[in-house]
Write a protein that binds this ligand. Structure first.
Ligand SMILES: Nc1ncnc2c1ncn2[C@@H]1O[C@H](COP(=O)(O)OP(=O)(O)O)[C@@H](O)[C@H]1O
Ligand SMILES: [Mg+2]
Length: 356
């Protein structure tokens, strides 16, 4: 039985604003699930519906097989950690962590055991006497986590908990969260707009756009088999290159024709002849040895150590590509990018769904 099940969950705030539209997915016990999508796509709304802080417009939410639609937030046994974790400023770290347990009338000794053990798990044992203002951002975030962990809830809901931290701290806390997840065997739903965070943390990733689920998959599944243009462009950095065009037959060859260039395709593309398509190729999928050649004019070069990112254009079509350092591109010069037809994705121009 899944720990959490959403069935056609829908939330309409105003007449026409579908913050969540027909959302269905399952979360298994001990699974780390990430909800990812751009700002405003309905991530927070979905979490608040699960926590019971918003009322459903329609659909069902089950925890351990029990329908939660009419169960109050405090009886759902979920803990939510927000981006703006509000610690009580006048209370010590210890009291902040103990607060929820005391409210639930845990005996004093049990409270102490849980707080001390959780503090040890999070590496904040030496901070228990301090007040929140005497802590760094990362330490405060750990206390906020600790406050939810002490209760040992069935389900953790994290709403962009790392977005207030600086870049280095975020990477460190990300690794800590992954370790913590294994250690306490928690079931987690983690919300982020950051696809790198989603890819590194999620065992299962749910991509949302405008309140609707675009795809549910594991990280490599999303990367290698995006279902539509949105997912293909959202996952991966720098993002996939897209070019609109059509597929035609010329002198018995199958050719992709765009405004700025043509490209010969494999015979397997025959079924797409006469289709209007969007061609997609990842910056990391260009080849230096195989495939047809495109000559771009280099605008910008980003050195990344052993490799470079080249940004340039062919006519009005922009391309980004990862190339080895020794390929030695020069700004303002032309540079050859080779496309292996096997690495190309095609999307339907109208529906933006991937063409299989
Ligand atoms: N209380 C509310 N009243 C009306 N509209 C809201 C409310 N909360 C969120 N929305 C709208 O619902 C959509 C989804 O919001 P939200 O779930 O906060 O997105 P995210 O967390 O992905 O950024 C947005 O268009 C937002 O403006
Ligand atoms: Mg949000």
């Amino acid at each position: 039985m899944p720990r959490l099940l959403l069935e056609s969950v829908t939330k309409v705030y105003d007449r026409d604003v579908y913050a969540a539209k027909d959302i269905s997915f399952a979360v298994e016990p001990e699974e780390f699930t990430v909800l990812v999508g751009p700002s405003g796509c309905g991530k927070t709304t979905t979490l608040r519906l699960i926590a019971g802080l918003e009322e459903l417009t329609s659909g069902n939410i089950y925890i351990d097989g029990k329908c939660m639609n009419d169960v109050s937030p405090k009886d759902r046994d979920v803990a939510m950690v927000f981006q703006n974790y509000a610690l009580y400023p006048h209370m010590s770290v210890y009291d902040n962590m103990a607060f929820g347990l005391r409210m639930r009338k845990y005996p004093k000794q049990k409270v102490n055991e849980r707080v001390v053990e959780t503090a040890r798990t999070l590496g904040i044992s030496s901070l228990l006497e301090r007040k929140p203002r005497q802590l760094s951002g990362g330490q405060r975030q750990r206390v906020a986590l600790g406050r939810s962990i002490v209760r040992n809830p069935k389900l953790f809901l994290f709403d962009e908990p790392l977005s207030n931290l600086d870049a280095k701290m975020r990477v460190q806390m990300r690794a800590e969260l992954a370790r913590l997840h294994k250690k306490i065997r928690a079931t987690i739903i983690y919300v982020t707009h950051d696809q790198v965070e989603a890819m590194t943390l999620g065992q299962k990733i749910i991509v949302l756009k405008e309140g609707e689920v675009q795809q549910v998959a594991d990280p490599m599944g999303l990367y290698k088999k995006p279902r539509n243009k949105f997912v293909a462009g959202f996952i991966g950095s720098p993002p996939m290159n897209f070019v609109s065009g059509s597929i035609v037959k010329r002198n018995r060859k199958i050719v992709f024709c765009s405004r700025d260039f043509t490209l010969e395709l494999n015979k397997s593309s025959e079924k797409m002849v006469e289709h209007e398509v969007i061609l997609g190729i990842r910056p990391t999928d260009f080849s230096v040895t195989r495939g047809s050649c495109l000559e771009i004019i280099v605008d910008v070069i980003e050195p990344m150590g052993t490799e470079l990112y080249v940004h340039g254009r062919l006519g009005e079509t922009m391309f980004s590509a990862r190339v080895p350092e020794d390929a030695a591109p020069r700004v303002g010069n032309s540079f050859a990018l080779k496309i292996d037809p096997a690495r190309i994705y095609f999307f339907d121009e109208k529906t933006e769904q991937k063409i299989k």
